[in-house]
Design a protein around this ligand. Structure first.
Ligand SMILES: C[S@@+](CC[C@H](N)C(=O)[O-])C[C@H]1O[C@@H](n2cnc3c(N)ncnc32)[C@H](O)[C@@H]1O
Length: 275
């Protein structure tokens, strides 16, 4: 039985992603929505989702659900954090222009809930399964949601060994209370800023350009992504091989892969081809 969201937060075991999305919501523009659409098109290799059933597991702000809806899909979104659900609903209110888009609170770890949802042509879960507290259980459950021949697009934090262990400790401090949060932000925001500033200067690049360019990758905001990274708990990681093997055993074929050499996410698009 999953521990209720509020109790996890109180115990310092869960970051309030939804609160972070509330801040990010104000920054969403047509350009960011367009970049989110572009990221789906590129990885899923399709420009049109007309008639497809798209499931967004851990929808966060709802940006990618909105993008899928604009590409013609019937969209269903859910998230475990009530504030994420609220954000997605606000986004729908602001940018909705007709179509079929349902949003609700739910957890990918809740087997009974998951089995009530049916199966979808495209299941999208970017940066979510490693934040559930039981990544393997979440991966097992997500399999039930993908139709035969359907696509599964997931992104999972890369396993960086000791470095990942160190980051889990930092995230624990961040979530320990207000002091922990200010302590971590006051150290790491300047660290992130100066590290990239000097790296760009050494490469003769404009050090401020990256802040402008950041939104072109998936339509995100660097500021809110830094907070998400510093706080993002629960936190698990996996190597690309482990994810590949897990889904291969369950009858999936890898269609597209984007890996990282650092602490970011590896992205996978699988097709359920059957065993
Ligand atoms: C880093 S955010 C990613 C949001 C979105 N997928 C995106 O790409 O922008 C992770 C999201 O997963 C949600 N989440 C965490 N555990 C979950 C669970 N058990 N079931 C569903 N969503 C969950 C969080 O509330 C949060 O909104």
């Amino acid at each position: 039985m999953e521990i209720p969201f509020e109790n996890q937060v109180k115990k310092g075991n869960r970051f309030q992603f939804g609160k972070n999305w509330e801040g990010y919501l104000g920054t969403i523009s047509e350009e960011k929505i367009h970049n989110a659409e572009k990221s789906l098109m590129e990885m899923l290799e399709c420009n049109d989702m007309t008639g497809k059933h798209f499931l967004d597991v851990g929808c966060g702000s709802g940006l990618f659900s909105l993008a899928a809806m604009r590409m013609g899909a019937f969209v269903f979104s859910f998230d475990f954090d009530p504030d994420s659900v609220k954000c997605a609903q606000l986004l729908r209110e602001k940018f909705f222009s007709g179509g079929n888009w349902k949003i609700e609170k739910g957890s990918i770890l809740d087997k009974q809930y998951v089995s009530s949802l049916g199966q979808f042509d495209i299941v999208y879960s970017w940066g979510v399964l490693h934040h559930t507290g039981d990544m393997e259980g979440a991966m097992r459950n997500i399999d039930f949601l993908v139709k035969n021949d359907g696509k599964l697009f997931i992104a999972i934090y890369n396993d960086e060994g000791k470095n990942s262990v160190r980051w889990r400790r930092i995230k624990k401090i961040y979530n320990s209370g207000i002091l922990g949060r200010y302590f971590i932000v006051s150290i790491y925001f300047p660290f992130f800023f100066f590290r990239s500033f000097f790296s760009d200067i050494l490469k003769f690049k404009n050090p401020f350009r990256r802040y402008y360019d950041y939104k072109s990758q998936r339509g995100m905001s660097m500021f809110y992504d830094w907070l998400d990274w510093l706080g993002g708990l629960p936190f698990e990681v996996a190597t690309p091989d482990a994810i590949f093997e897990f889904f291969k055993e369950r009858g999936y074929t890898l269609q597209k892969l984007k890996t990282t050499q650092t602490l970011g996410c590896n992205e996978f698009v699988f097709q359920k081809t059957g065993k």
